[in-house]
Design a protein around this ligand. Structure first.
Ligand SMILES: [Zn+2]
Length: 306
């Protein structure tokens, strides 16, 4: 029987090579490289935070602390994990949480993006957490837009799941005389809960014709993927809305609350005694609204200055 000791040296090198061929996943490192710190830096990511200042000392680049180095990175790893890793992670998480809370506040309270530039608000935030750096107005705008896109995709996925939806829609003019058209979608989900999703509030500078209203509503329905799932459209009784319902070939219902309101208005107009009282009340309200020297106090007492 042949013993290994009696085999020629070439046999060992040949056998070693064949092992490497069989196990390619095991990386072969020549012994010489383990003694070379330059080589080690490439192996461990912890070297990104340390500098070797002598043969047996390293310096942390984050806090300048010097550690003894004996060709072993365990003390460096421990130092980084204990003092820096968690701190960095916690700070990043807190910053993200506060940014998200800021976006939620702006959306819920309809605050302008430049609220982050208001001196009082900045001081208030600094008092709460001096380490938090408020994002810029532009960054807040981008965050709100990203949040909107994310929420819209979620809502779209919910709306697409259901077989049938109803729409309500209305138009109005803002205090700046800009016209808007809004469409809201309503549906019952799998848990038999009624849900409402605002499909869009579209600025409407074009003529308020039935054709234009139809075009905008059809675009929104297509965008949300519900063109073939709308079972009913509810609007006021305006001529353009009625024309729109006809054009879209939907079951169209006039809003009951709106109709009731019209009935009451018409009834008041046709009752002379009531319309006289109404006219007096209007004049009274107009007087107190236009006068800076007269007002009604919280106890209902008329108060005037001369
Ligand atoms: Zn350090």
């Amino acid at each position: 029987m042949t013993s290994e000791a009696s085999l020629p040296p070439e046999w060992f090198s040949k056998r070693f090579e064949s092992c490497r061929d069989i196990l390619p996943a095991i990386q072969y490192k020549p012994m010489g490289s383990l003694q070379n710190p330059a080589r080690k830096r490439k192996i461990s990511p912890v070297w990104e935070f340390f500098d070797q200042i002598s043969s047996n000392k390293v310096k942390c680049m984050l806090c300048s602390k010097e550690l003894v180095y004996n060709n072993n990175i365990s003390s460096m790893l421990r130092h980084y994990r204990d003092l820096h890793e968690n701190k960095e992670r916690n700070e990043a998480t807190r910053k993200q949480e506060l940014d998200e809370a800021l976006v939620t506040m702006i959306v819920k309270d309809t605050q302008p993006f430049n609220v982050v530039e208001d001196v009082g608000f900045r001081d208030f935030v600094h008092k709460l957490d001096p380490t938090y750096v408020l994002p810029t107005r532009q960054a807040v705008k981008a965050m709100v837009e990203a949040k909107y896109a994310e929420s819209k995709e979620k809502a779209k996925a919910e709306v697409k799941k259901v077989a049938a939806v109803s729409l309500t829609s209305d138009m109005w003019t803002s205090i700046n005389m800009d016209a808007y058209l809004a469409v809201t979608c309503h549906f019952v989900d799998n848990n038999t809960c009624l849900n409402s999703v605002l499909l869009g509030v579209v600025q409407f500078p074009q003529a308020h014709t039935g054709e234009n209203v139809t075009y905008v509503k059809a675009s929104l329905m297509e965008e949300w993927g519900i063109t073939n799932n709308v079972t009913c459209l509810v609007t006021d009784g305006a001529a353009n809305m009625i024309a729109c319902g006809r054009e879209l070939r939907l079951r169209h219902t006039i809003c009951t609350a709106h109709t009731l309101n019209l009935i009451v208005k018409k009834a008041l107009d046709q009752t002379p005694v009531l319309s006289d009282i109404q006219a007096k009340a209007r004049r009274l309200v107009a007087y107190f609204r236009s006068s800076t020297t007269a007002k009604v106090t919280d106890r209902g007492v008329v108060w005037m200055t001369v």
